[in-house]
Design a protein around this ligand. Structure first.
Ligand code: CMP
Length: 137
């Protein structure tokens, strides 16, 4: 069984898409192991996106992710990391296929509705950044 961190980013929350997005993971057969609404701190955002530090869009990314509440979730299941990324669609929504979350709900790479961890190492680090062990069931 794998675990992955999912964020329904501030744009997804503002567009009232929380239920639609979580439903897609549940309908696929994945389990919600932890779920909460949070306002991310700057330090938490910088840690989450550390691999992008120094890139031209880093400042905008941190500003966006800290701008309003988001939903974070631990999603668990067989091949959860790959399954979530497939359901999310390509990072750039304009390349994401219709039927994927970004393909259906987003237009801009900077505001692409959803995040999913890209490796088991990233998932562990990202989950620990958002959840205490006792919050994960
Ligand atoms: P996410 O999957 O959350 O991981 C890193 C995020 O950086 C990505 O989604 C995009 O929202 C953002 N991103 C990646 N490339 C660019 C870019 N060229 N311009 C703006 N934002 C980007």
């Amino acid at each position: 069984m794998e675990q992955t961190l999912v964020l329904v980013k501030p744009d997804g929350v503002k567009k009232n898409l929380i239920g639609d997005i979580i439903a897609r993971f549940e309908h696929k057969g994945l389990q919600v192991a932890a779920l909460k609404l949070v306002k991310v701190t700057e330090a938490q955002a910088k840690f989450h996106y550390a691999e992008h530090e120094g890139k031209p869009f880093f400042g905008e990314l941190v500003d966006f992710i800290t701008s309003a509440p988001l939903v974070c979730a631990v999603i668990r299941g067989e091949n959860a990391i790959k399954a979530v990324r497939q359901l999310n669609g390509a990072t750039n929504p304009i390349e994401a296929v219709p039927g994927s979350i970004r393909g259906d709900f987003a237009l801009s790479i900077g505001e692409n509705i959803v995040h999913g961890s890209d490796s088991p190492e990233a998932a562990e680090r990202e989950i620990n950044n958002f959840f205490a062990p006792e919050e994960i069931y």
